[in-house]
Write a protein that binds this ligand. Sequence first.
Ligand code: ADP
Length: 174
Amino acid sequence: MIIMTIAFYPGSFDPITHGHLDIIKRASSLFDELIIGVYDRPEKQLLFSTPERVEMVKQAVADLPNVRVETYSGLTVDFARQIKAKVLVRGLRMSSDFEREFEMAMMSKKLNPNLELVCLMASLQYQFLSSSLLKEVAKLGGCLEDFVPDHVAQALRNKFSQELTESQRKGVLL
Ligand code: ADP
């Protein structure tokens, strides 16, 4: 009997960055199948809609044959069980992630003891890259190409030029 190891990489991906992609490529080489879970999170203020985030992720991972993209809501551990994932993948940046990930890992283990957490250390060049910082840069018209794939950079530029036009229309002073 062949046993496949399915890994699950959840997140908001608002939007997907080269930091996320680095984790995805490395994890996809470790496990038989990697399922990326784009969290459908109506309560959190996100820049991109769920279909927009999913589409950007799909385009970014199109060349990775063992990677699939899904949307989910509710508890991460429940969705992991549903898709028969044995491993939960997270990326760890030195400065910002450890305490929060540790806390979540303890809770996840209680809720689903069969799910093992595998944290991959963020690569050096992506240690300080976060979707939120990237959105600040995009809002202020900075260069995005080093941080995200081209289609994501374009989507960010479109989003902020759209926002600008809307505020101008409403007569908001910027
Ligand atoms: P969440 O809302 O779950 O924090 P994110 O999309 O921000 O969703 O992140 C998803 C996962 O990717 C988390 O494990 C996060 O630590 C990791 N991650 C985010 N940015 C980077 C990066 N630059 N390098 C490595 N991992 C990252």
